[in-house]
Design a protein around this ligand. Structure first.
Ligand code: S3P
Length: 447
């Protein structure tokens, strides 16, 4: 298991208005994919705007272990790949740290290469379910040997003679879909993934960008993605857009902090990712999309968020869950400052993220004086309205970056300060969180 340094307890207290521009880091999902697809392409792929969070750095190290050359020169990451099916067998265990996306996508990418690799991660990742990925990879001919319950550490023996696969995903997961598509790259013929609900489509877009023949179709069976194996990839120049999941934190902080007016420029509004922003608007948030445009085939806007004292609790549509799955923790914080109940159904995937996010948020919110009801697949936050959230609690973060950031945002508007037992995981996705929020006017300290 990978190491974890000493915990970093942090405290956030009520602050004045948040003002200014928040330039959030690159998109985590797109960053992982650009390194992995770059490593699967002969020649030099150049990536700028890469998220330099620990999760992505761990994926870069893993790609080097499989034979790619990766270096950063100035602001650009240069990836010299080995080609589809060209991964070398790593000399050592691959440590993916905290990253479910990293490990699951890499398992997919190596599962149809004739090599063996062993994967591990930190205490959070080693608890997470991997059978959702290894089950479809077995259909290609790969074998997986892990701990009981399909957990890491786990060894994957890649298929010598991979066959293409047709797979209907039983869970709404872009990681599972992407693992199957990446495995399908080195199988002859057509690999097909069928999802009941469309999940984030960054893999499909980037595979097409590198030159794969890939199509998507909505049918009565679901969202059907068809990929032609053994493509001729061409190296790419990739500009990673900024991460809407990171933008969520300064946006939500501005909505609940009196007098705030924050601009978060250049945020991708890919419909498979932007659900939170529409949900906040439904709650009555003063959140606008300025300068709407298209960049690299993705809709992009500058988000302006202003203090919104009259937020209302709502029923969040279950069918929106996939497009905002990482944003429920911070949404539950905003819901605490709204009037009335916010009910969030169709979210059992939250229970298998970096932590059980319903449980982690419910514990901290209750500690902060907010009523939360929950079931396996839903939860309800009973909002107290602006000015009425007590705070004054130390929340456990369970090695989960989004839990840590969410409670630090809560502390900016609760009556008493809010602490977290460990803010260290924030560096996995948003290494500049403290300085960025501090520059807007937040008061976050290491305690
Ligand atoms: C991701 C997919 C989602 C998301 C994760 C990133 C991706 O996970 O929660 O943060 O990049 O594919 P699931 O596929 O498990 O829903």
């Amino acid at each position: 298991m990978s190491g974890h340094g000493d915990p970093i307890p942090m405290t956030s207290r009520k602050c004045g208005p948040l003002n200014g521009e928040a330039h959030v880091p690159g998109d985590k999902s797109i960053s992982h994919r650009s390194l992995i697809l770059g490593a699967m392409t002969v020649g030099e792929t150049k990536v700028t705007g890469l998220l330099e969070g620990q999760d992505v750095l761990d994926t870069a190290k893993a790609m080097q272990a499989f034979g790619a050359q990766i270096e950063k020169i100035g602001d650009t990451w240069h990836v010299h790949g080995v080609g589809v099916g060209g991964f070398a067998e790593p000399d050592n265990v691959i440590d993916c740290g905290n990253s479910g996306t990293g490990v699951r996508l890499i398992m997919g990418a190596m599962a149809t290469c004739p090599i063996t690799a062993t994967f591990t991660g930190d205490a959070s990742l080693n608890k997470r379910p991997m059978a959702r990925v290894t089950d479809p990879l077995a259909l290609f001919g790969a074998k997986a040997y892990g701990r009981s319950g399909g957990r890491l550490p786990m060894t994957i023996i890649g298929a010598e003679n991979p066959v293409p696969v047709r797979y209907a995903t039983p869970v709404p997961s872009a990681q599972v879909k992407s693992a199957v598509l990446l495995a399908g790259l080195n199988a002859p013929g057509e690999t097909v993934v069928i999802e009941r609900e469309a999940t984030r489509d960054h893999s499909e877009r980037m595979l097409a960008g590198f030159g794969a023949t890939i199509s998507t179709e909505d049918t009565p069976e679901g969202h059907v993605i068809t990929l032609q194996g053994r493509p001729e990839f061409t190296p790419q120049t990739i500009i990673v857009p900024r991460d809407p999941s990171s933008a969520a934190f300064p946006v939500c902080a501005a909505l609940i902090t009196e007098g705030s007016d924050v601009l978060v420029p250049n945020i991708g509004l890919n419909p498979t990712r932007a659900g939170l922003f529409f949900t906040l608007q439904d709650m009555g948030a003063d959140l606008t999309f300025e300068n709407m445009r298209e960049e690299g085939g993705e809709p992009v806007a500058d988000l302006r968020a202003r203090f919104s004292p009259d937020l209302k609790g709502i029923e969040v549509p279950a069918e929106r869950a996939a497009s905002m799955i990482d944003e429920y923790p911070i949404l539950s914080v905003v819901a605490a400052f709204a009037e009335g109940k916010t009910h969030m159904p169709g979210v059992k995937e939250l229970r298998v993220k970096e932590s059980d996010r319903i449980d982690a948020m419910a514990r901290g919110l209750r500690g902060a004086g907010v009523r939360v009801d929950e079931g396996e697949d839903w939860w309800t936050v009973h909002g107290l309205g602006h000015g009425n959230v007590p705070g004054g609690f130390t929340a456990e973060t369970f090695l989960d970056h989004r839990i840590a950031m969410s409670f630090l945002i809560l502390g900016m508007a609760s009556n008493a300060a809010m602490s977290v037992d460990d803010g260290q995981p924030i560096a996995t996705s948003f290494p500049i969180f403290e300085s960025l929020m501090g520059a807007l006017g937040a008061q976050i300290e290491r305690t």
